[in-house]
Structure formats: structure tokens, C-alpha cells
Write a protein that binds this ligand. Structure first.
Ligand code: ADP
Ligand code: MG
Length: 579
């Protein structure tokens, strides 16, 4: 026997397609608020949204005689004809969200249009109108939703614990708020404000309100256009990564999406400078909607790009242009962080040691070694040099770490001696590697390197690289190698630390098949070699400044951290409220 489904059963089934869990309700309500022109939206939840969700906005509101209609299936104030479908620029238009939410919850809506003197309060339980009354209320619309899935026990069971549902909501609302920097959002969970954004249209401010940590305060703004693909966003320097993809948030034509293609673009942009983890990348990509297909994922979280390679390249170039060829240098971030600030780890005690190389005897060695692989790699110079090095005057030295210099244009530059030394050391090694004639120094007692059997039996390409850097290393049998000469510009300790880290890195990286890998190996192995004493004498500070000035890129350490931070006189004056 074929029967028509009871209306309430049909409603619940349809609701299941739209409303999967509390965050789906919030998604629909937020999209409606945006469509209603809201400038301020509050999301308030309790128990992961399972027992209570309130979404208030200051949008256009709904007139008293249309409130019930909004809850009918296929009721939408956004399109009336097929032609409208093509010109749609609102977020929702199928007119089923409110009907679906109302089918599976107990719900109240309070709404008032600016032009009306009173508002309306409508109460619906499981699609049935319980009451409707006029009421005083602010302009805009507030939805209060209680007892999600109270009448569909099977669905209710599928909700996760409160923390898990609240986590999904926080993630969603955060991303949603990032996307709409010109709308002020406040998220409240169990009576505690999770975050509040200003709605001032500034993406950096919005990011800082949502993620009030130092990592997010120093992101690099990127802006790039290529083949009609616009890439705008904020990325971390390669030295700063997260252990999860949490900091990688993508919007394509205004929609939050997940995308392996965009992830590939990011990888390309960082040119494998990222050793582990995921750099923060908040990207807003706009491209011709006809070149994407948004319908491949039921929740529309994934899209298909027709021109994948162009998208990857555009993102890659957007990132690499900004992080490797920085126009200027990092500006001092005036602290405007909330109490939630994560205290940045201070660096290890440090010292520039290569500058006082232990002279053990110098020998010129002619390298006739075949190049290991490919073409050669090069260090990219910055676009421009923001100051004349010779005009920098050292005016102070603090925390045994930062050299303070001033230029002749009312700017102060802080130099991080550790980062600067890393840069110097890295460029020396790369120069050694690239140079035909390099100088090695024999050492009195050879350095003995014990390795694992598997490493010993590994391909020996890595020896060629050390050789090109200026080491003389040979096989000694029994899983052992012997170093008899080290690069002239390295101290014994540095040389030993470097080689150990290098071998460790080779051990982890499977194949040395191109220059990017070689560059990566050198970069990686610079880290430990430069740790040592911390305090620099005045003359050592001067040597450091004079050495960094001759680097190809003096402004970043090879891991991407800034070596110089700028603070202008006018920044200081602003902070003292003189301006
Ligand atoms: P859709 O968004 O697809 O049109 P919904 O079921 O989500 O369908 O909403 C139905 C209608 O209710 C909307 O078209 C809009 O006219 C009205 N509406 C919903 N939420 C709001 C709101 N926050 N402010 C003003 N009007 C709203
Ligand atoms: Mg909608």
C-alpha cells in the first residue's frame, strides 16, 4: 500500500538533510543574519548548543504578517523567479532552513523591523505554532532554540558530548567571523565570551580578536593576482608552524572550504622551507565562479577547481613573493594583545662564534667535485634595502640578545643576534657550497662520526655536499666516518654540531635529489651550530652588524624569522599620546 507521509514525518526527514547537529543550525541562522544586512551578530550557546542556541542580529527584521511564512518550506524572501536564481548573491535561497530547524527543535523568534513600533514573538515546537504575540524588542531578529532533536531521538543520540559540539561551533563561528571582517561577532559559550570581533573591516584586527596569540599578531599580509585568480590573506613566516592544520583556513568566493589544491599551493609557496607542521595561512581567494564546481561535497566544504595548476601557482607565488622577497622589514608590533597571549619562548642563550674562528691552520683546497645534482640554487635578495647599513649606529644592547641601532631618519632597529647569526652562518655555508675554490682547515684530531648500519649503507650523495661546503670526510669502516678538514669559516664546535645535525637531517630526509633538499638540509643544520655564549661585547656587536650587512638577504634568518625589527619615532610618540 502506498501512502503519503504524514506532514510532520516528512518535515523531520527533510530537516535531517539540512540539520545534522547544532552547528548546522548556527550556520543557517548566521547566513540568514548576513543576508538580512546585520552589522552585529551574537551567538550564545549552552551545552554545546544542544539545549540552547541564541542568535541575535541587528538586521532588517521580519514583518509581523510574514513571520510564520518564513518557517514554511520553500519560503524565501530572496528569490521569486528562475531569473533571480542566476543573479543570486545571498547565502541562502532555498527557503528550507527555518522550516527544518523548526521541525526538530523548540524555537522562539523575536523580530522587529526598524520601521515598526513593535515587534513579534513567535513560538514553534516541532513545526507547530504554539503562540504569536506582539512584543517590544530591539530592531533585528533573535532566534532562541532549545532542545535540539527533542522529537527525533535517533538523531539526538548522534550528537557528541557538549565539548565536542561546542568545539565545532567555535571553529565554525570563528571562520565565519573571519570571512566577514565588517560584521561584529560575539560568541558566548556557557556564559563566557569566547571572542568578540570589532567589525571594523580590518582583517588583521579580526584575526587578532579571534586568535589573540602572538603567532597570529605577526602574520604577513599577502596580495596577488595571476590569471584572474586573486589571492589575499595572511600567512606566517616559514619559521612558525602549527602541528595541525588548524591555522589553515580558506575562503573561495566567500565560502569556507577545504581544499587539497590550496594546500598544494601553500607548500609550493614555502618552497619546502617548512620542515614540519603547517604554516598559518588564512586565504581569501576570488576567481571566476564558472571555473569552480561547488557541488562535489554534500556540505559544500570541498570544491573542484577546473584550472588546478593555475590556482596552485597563484597561491604559491602569492606566498613566496611576500615571504622571500619582503619589501621592507618587520614592524615592531605594539602590544595590543589580550591576557590570553601565549608567551613566546625566548631563544636559547646565544653568541656569534664563527666570528672568532679558532685558527688551526688554513689550507686552500681546490674542489674539482662534480656538482651533486641539477642546476645551482641561489639566495634571493630582498626587493629593496630599507636602510643604509653604514648609517646605522649602535645605541644599545639588551637582554644579551638584541642590539639596538638607530638610523638617520628617526627609526630604531632591533637586531636579534641569534637570527642574524643564523643568516650569516647559512649564507657562508651556501657560498661555500656554490664556490669553486673554497678554503678548508685541517684539524689536529679528526672528528669521528658513528652512524647506524642503515645510514652507513645509504647512498653517499650527502658526502658530496659536505665536501662542497669545505669538509674533508671519508669512510672509515665499521659504520664510521672520519672528518680531517673543516670549512675555514667554522669553529671546531660549529663544524661538529653542524655535521651531526646534517647527518641527522639526511637520515630523516629520504632522497637528496634536488637543490631544494640541499638548501633545506643546510638550513636545518644551522640551528644548533650557532648556540653558545650569550653576551656580545661592543666590538662583537659591531662585527655582527658589519657582517650581516654583506648578506644577500640580511632581513630574515634562513628559517624565515625576522633579523631586524623596526620601531619608528612616530610609533613611540603615538604610544605616549604625543600625536
Ligand atoms: P532562505 O535563507 O533560503 O531564504 P530560510 O528558511 O533560511 O530560507 O529563511 C526564510 C526567510 O526568512 C528568508 O528568506 C528571510 O526572508 C527570512 N529570514 C530568516 N532569517 C532572518 C533574519 N535573521 N532576519 C531577517 N529575515 C530573516
Ligand atoms: Mg537561509
Amino acid at each position: 500500500m502506498i501512502k503519503l507521509l504524514d506532514k510532520s514525518v516528512a518535515d523531520k526527514i527533510a530537516a535531517g538533510e539540512v540539520i545534522e547537529r547544532p552547528v548546522s543550525i548556527i550556520k543557517e541562522l548566521l547566513e540568514n543574519s548576513v543576508d538580512a544586512g546585520a552589522k552585529m551578530i551574537i551567538v550564545d550557546i549552552k551545552n554545546g548548543g544542544k539545549t540552547y542556541i541564541r542568535v541575535s542580529d541587528d538586521g532588517i527584521g521580519i514583518s509581523n504578517d510574514e513571520v510564520e511564512t518564513a518557517f514554511l518550506r520553500h519560503a524565501t524572501g530572496k528569490i521569486t523567479s528562475l531569473e533571480d536564481l542566476n543573479a543570486i548573491n545571498t547565502l541562502g535561497f532555498r527557503g528550507e532552513a527555518l522550516a527544518s530547524i523548526a521541525a526538530v527543535t523548540r524555537l522562539k523568534v523575536l523580530t522587529k523591523r526598524r520601521e515598526d513600533s513593535v515587534g513579534t514573538k513567535l513560538t514553534i515546537h516541532g513545526s507547530k505554532v504554539v503562540s504569536k504575540e506582539t512584543t517590544g524588542c530591539p530592531d533585528g531578529t533573535t532566534f532562541i532554540i532549545e532542545d535540539v532533536f527533542y522529537n527525533t531521538p535517533a538523531r539526538k543520540k548522534f550528537m557528541k558530548n557538549d565539548g565536542n559540539e561546542a568545539g565545532k561551533i567555535t571553529e565554525f563561528v570563528s571562520k565565519f567571523a573571519l570571512n566577514y571582517a565588517d560584521i561584529s561577532f560575539k560568541l558566548i559559550n556557557n556564559n563566557t565570551v569566547v571572542f568578540a570581533t570589532t567589525g571594523d573591516g580590518n582583517h588583521q584586527n579580526t584575526i587578532m580578536s579571534i586568535f589573540p596569540t602572538r603567532d597570529y599578531a605577526n602574520l604577513i599580509e599577502i596580495k596577488h593576482e595571476e590569471n584572474g585568480i586573486f589571492v589575499y590573506g595572511f600567512v606566517s613566516n616559514p619559521g612558525l608552524t602549527k602541528s595541525t592544520k588548524q591555522g589553515q583556513i580558506f575562503f573561495v568566493n566567500g565560502r569556507i572550504i577545504d581544499s587539497k589544491i590550496i594546500e598544494k599551493g601553500i607548500k609550493l609557496g614555502y618552497k619546502e622551507r617548512v620542515f614540519s607542521g603547517f604554516p598559518i595561512s588564512i586565504l581569501f581567494i576570488s576567481l571566476n565562479p564558472e571555473t569552480i564546481d561547488v557541488n562535489i561535497h554534500p556540505n559544500k566544504r570541498e570544491i573542484r577547481f577546473n584550472r588546478e595548476k593555475e590556482v596552485i601557482d597563484a597561491i604559491g607565488n602569492a606566498i613566496s613573493n611576500s615571504i622571500f622577497k619582503t619589501e621592507g622589514i618587520s614592524e615592531f608590533q605594539m602590544p595590543k594583545l589580550s591576557e590570553k597571549v601565549e608567551i613566546e619562548q625566548t631563544y636559547e642563550p646565544e653568541y656569534i662564534k664563527t666570528l672568532k674562528t679558532e685558527q688551526i691552520g688554513i689550507k686552500k683546497v681546490l674542489q674539482e667535485k662534480k656538482p651533486v645534482i641539477n642546476d645551482e640554487f641561489s639566495i634571493e635578495p630582498p626587493y629593496n634595502r630599507p636602510f643604509v647599513f653604514d648609517e646605522l649606529r649602535i645605541v644599545g644592547y639588551v637582554f644579551n640578545t638584541y642590539i639596538i641601532t638607530e638610523d638617520q631618519n628617526d627609526n630604531i632597529y632591533y637586531i636579534d643576534q641569534h637570527a642574524a647569526h643564523e643568516r650569516i652562518f647559512y649564507e657562508k655555508l651556501v657560498n661555500n657550497y656554490l664556490s669553486e675554490n673554497k678554503i678548508s682547515q685541517p684539524i689536529l684530531i679528526p672528528i669521528v662520526i658513528n652512524t647506524s648500519k642503515s645510514f652507513y649503507n645509504k647512498n653517499r650523495d650527502w658526502m658530496g655536499i659536505l665536501d662542497k661546503i669545505g669538509y674533508n670526510i671519508s669512510e672509515f669502516g665499521e659504520n664510521t666516518f672520519l672528518i680531517r678538514e673543516i670549512p675555514e669559516n667554522m669553529s671546531l664546535t660549529e663544524a661538529e654540531l653542524f655535521v651531526n645535525d646534517f647527518i641527522e637531517a639526511v637520515n630523516q630526509d629520504e632522497v637528496i635529489d634536488n637543490n631544494i633538499v640541499i638548501d633545506k638540509l643546510i638550513t636545518k643544520s644551522c640551528k644548533n651550530a650557532i648556540k653558545g655564549n650569550n653576551k656580545l661585547s661592543e666590538s662583537e656587536q659591531l662585527v655582527l652588524l658589519n657582517t650581516i650587512k654583506n648578506c644577500i638577504n640580511p632581513y630574515n634568518c634562513p628559517h624565515g624569522r625576522p633579523t631586524f625589527l623596526k620601531l619608528s619615532k612616530s610609533d613611540i610618540e603615538k604610544s605616549f599620546h604625543r600625536k
